[in-house]
Design a protein around this ligand. Sequence first.
Ligand code: BGC
Length: 388
Amino acid sequence: MTINRRTVMAAGAAGVAAAAVGTAPAFASDGAEPRGERPMKEPFGTLPDGTRVHRWTVAAGGTRLRVLSYGGIVQALETPDRRGRYANVSLGFDNLEDYVAGSPYFGAIIGRYGNRIARGAFTLDGRTYRLPLNDDPNSLHGGDKGFDKRVWDVEPYARGRDTGLTLRHVSADGEMGYPGTLRVRVDYVLTLRGDFRIDYEAVTDRPTIVNLTNHTYFNLAGEGGGSILDHTLRIAASRYTPVDSTLIPTGELAAVAHTPFDFRHGKPIGRDIREAHPQVVFGRGYDHNFVLDKGLTDAPQHAVTITEPVHGRVMEIATTEPGVQLYSGNFLDATLAGSSGKVYRQGDGFCLETQHFPDSPHQPSFPSTVLRPGRTYRSTTVHSFATL
Ligand code: BGC
C-alpha cells in the first residue's frame, strides 16, 4: 500500500481549476503547483440581528477550503481522490439559516472549552465559576453560545509563504461564565503542498481555562456519500479516557488493548462499533478521548491516519495536543440535510477533535487547561491529504 502524494499535487492544480465556480480564484491550469492565491470573500447571508456573514475561499496545493465568518465554520474542504476527482469531504450546509437553526457544530471552532465540563462548574484559584448546562447535566463546547456561534473577524493570513485566513474573536470577561477577557486568534492555513493547518493562540487578562478545537465532520468519500464506518482508522494511542453515562471521564487512563478502542494497528471504524462494551453503549458508538502516545508536544506530531477504501483518500493528522476525540457521528439522526441535499444518518461523518482531555478542570492528573495572564495558549493541528 503506497501513499501517493505527488499524484495528489499534480492532479490538484488542474482539478481545483476545473472545479472553480463564480469568482473563486482560478488556478493556473498548466499543472504548476498553485501558490498564494488571494482569498476570495463573498456574502453568505445575514443573522437575525442583522449581522452580515461572509464566506471566504482559499486554495493551495490542490486543496480548497471554504470558511464562514460565523463560527469560523469550515463549510467545505475539497480534496482530490486517487483519480483526481474533487469532492467536498466535510459535512455542512449550503446556507446560513440551517447553521443558525441548529447545527451539531458542523465545521466550527469550539471554545472556550472543547467537550464537557462536569455539572457545568469549575473552581480556579479558590473561586467557582458556573457555565451553561447545555448538555444536561454538563456544559458542552463552551456553552449555548460558544465560539461556534460568534461572528469572527476574518482577514487573509499574512505570515510566511502559505495562504489562508486569520480569524479573531475577543471573548468578554464572564462570557458564558468563563473568567477573563480572552483574545483568540485562529489561523486556517493551506500550505503549498495542500496541507490544512490550524494554529490557535489565546491570551487572557485573568486566570481562566481554554481548550480550543475544530469540529469538522469528515467523510472522505465525499459529503453525503453515506456511512464512514468502512474508513480505516489508525490512532497512535495506547490509552483512552473512559466516561460515565453522561460522557464525563472517570479519570482513569484505560488501556485500549483487547477493547473496541484499539485503533493502534488500523481497522475499519465500524468493525467493533456494535460490541456490547459498556463504553460503546455510553457513547452510542465512539465518542471518546484518546490519549495520544506522543503526549503534549511543542511541534505537531503524527496522531491519526484515516483511509477511505473506495476513492482512496487518505488524511493524516498531526497535532501538538495530547488527546483526540473520536466522534462517530452517533447523534446524526436523519433530521438534517447537508449541502449536497442528502440527509445525514448516524455514522455518516466522523470527527477527530484534537484537544486537551474533557473535564480537565476536575482531573488534576490530566494535562492542565489553565491559562494565566502573561502566558500564550498555543495549539496546532495539521491535516495532510494524500491518495492510495
Ligand atoms: C461530543 C459529542 C457531541 C458532539 C456534538 C462531540 O465533540 O463529544 O458528544 O454530541 O460533539 O455534535
